[in-house]
Design a protein around this ligand. Structure first.
Ligand SMILES: Cc1cc2nc3c(=O)[nH]c(=O)nc-3n(C[C@H](O)[C@H](O)[C@H](O)COP(=O)(O)OP(=O)(O)OC[C@H]3O[C@@H](n4cnc5c(N)ncnc54)[C@H](O)[C@@H]3O)c2cc1C
Length: 347
């Protein structure tokens, strides 16, 4: 029997950023990864403090960005790689009204640090009304991040490539197979619906597709362009374009309508030919109030859940993993807005 401080179930952003908290605090742990491509692995990797429909920001955006950047530096120290791509988002304006709105919003205290007042003209793509740059926005090298962390976790003996089998969990003795654990944290994304302890948390799947395309005329700068969806270079002359949002079609295969939507969206501002190389999809675990769901099981006091990261898995996963860690280890209460308990109160 091996003693561990933690078992983490799930290997997306929630699981990995929590693992980072354990690494920096010298806790022993194992992470169960069933080897399926998570929603996190199909994500665009966009780090964005602005809601680009209405030019607003969100709760703790500046703190979240700062914390992510410092956490990625810490992760670089032990994996040896930098996963932050300093490539700003350029939002193409639809018309003059949007330009005016952007400028007006850029005067607000909470947005002044994010909305650049100087508009840019972009090469190759259609942008008759120019584009606005989101300062402090960036991208995560998604592929590099998962590869780098999985290699590190595997080399240190933390990674168990196996599906966690709930029927083998003995909660009264805190034992799972050959492990005696102090705490167990479930970070399963939408698969939490299969978890007998937390299946009732109110996460709603929102299916997202992206495609990787080959552009016949490349875009000269390494920037992230946003009109409807995000377009940016990835690897081997390929560009990422996505992702869509869909709450209705939730089956486990590619939807033609999503591919159509992406093709149309890209054609609207990229006036040259492109070839679709691959299409992927994943399910964002979203919550009605747009806040993560974090907390302790009401009966089994060493079982925890970290879910509901929504469309901002990177910022939410990184920032709130520290809150969760401090809640478990130091008994610091969770903010009401993210706590699992907010749903018990409604009942
Ligand atoms: C197309 C698309 C684009 C996106 N773009 C962005 C973006 O640009 N920026 C951003 O911040 N967010 C983005 N997101 C949202 C982000 O991907 C999600 O918020 C995030 O993936 C949720 O992470 P998670 O760790 O909770 O769940 P997941 O990523 O789903 O990970 C859960 C993992 O747990 C594993 N698991 C479940 N049950 C078990 C078990 N019993 N045993 C072992 N393993 C198990 C699953 O296989 C899965 O790998 C995007 C999402 C999509 C779909």
């Amino acid at each position: 029997m091996e003693n561990v401080d933690y078992i983490i179930v799930g290997d997306g952003y929630a699981g990995l950023f929590f693992a980072h908290q354990l690494i920096r605090n010298n806790k022993s742990f194992v992470m169960f990864s069933e080897g399926r491509k998570s929603a996190s692995q199909v994500s665009a990797g966009i780090i964005n403090p602005v809601v680009l429909k209405k030019f607003t920001t969100f709760w703790k955006a500046q703190e979240q960005i700062d914390f992510l950047k410092s956490s990625l530096k810490e992760i670089e120290e032990y994996t040896g790689k930098n996963y932050l791509i300093e490539s700003s988002i350029h939002r193409i304006f639809h018309d003059e009204n949007e330009q005016k709105l952007w400028l007006k919003k850029s005067e607000n205290d909470d947005l002044a640090g994010f909305l650049d007042k100087k508009f840019d003209h972009l090469e190759v793509v259609k942008n008759d009304f120019l584009s606005g740059k989101v300062n402090q926005s960036a991208r995560l090298d998604v592929n590099g991040f998962f590869t780098g962390l999985f290699v590190f976790l595997e080399n240190k003996g933390h990674l168990i490539k196996d599906k966690f089998d709930y029927s083998q969990l003995n909660t009264s003795d805190s034992v799972y197979k050959d492990f005696k654990f102090k705490n167990i944290l479930f970070c399963e994304g939408m698969r939490v619906k299969e978890n007998p302890y937390f299946s009732d948390i109110p996460v709603i799947p929102n299916k997202g597709h992206h495609m990787k395309v080959k552009l016949s005329k490349p875009i000269p700068e390494n920037i992230t362009i946003k009109k409807k969806h995000f377009l940016f270079p990835v690897q081997d002359e390929l560009y990422f374009y996505g992702g869509t949002y869909d709450r209705e079609q939730l089956h486990h295969h590619i939807d033609d309508s999503a591919v159509e939507q992406l093709t149309k969206g890209l054609s609207e501002f990229y006036p040259y030919n492109f070839e679709i190389n691959e299409v992927n999809f994943g399910f964002r675990p979203t919550v009605k109030d747009r806040r993560p769901i974090i907390g302790r099981h009401s009966e089994h006091k060493n079982l925890y859940v970290f879910n509901g990261l929504g469309a901002r898995g990177i910022l939410n996963g990184c920032y709130f993993s520290k809150n969760l860690y401090e809640f478990i280890e130091q008994n610091i209460p969770l903010h009401e807005e993210i706590s699992l308990e907010r749903f018990n109160k409604v009942k």
